[in-house]
Write a protein that binds this ligand. Sequence first.
Ligand code: SF4
Length: 60
Amino acid sequence: MRVTIDADLCTGCGLCEQTVPEVFEVIDGVAVVKGAVTADKEEDVKDAAENCPVDAIDVE
Ligand code: SF4
């Protein structure tokens, strides 16, 4: 699974970090992907992408 975040769209709300802290971290007001998504986190990452209020998370 490949996860990218559009930094221009991200508002730094922190929802993705709260949902999957192992994968997302908000640094200086912008979410970043901390590392590879393990299989057990894929569903949570998809949920985070669907719930992002500005649709900034892209999952492939
Ligand atoms: S949920 Fe979306 S807007 Fe909020 S911090 Fe994560 S990527 Fe940014």
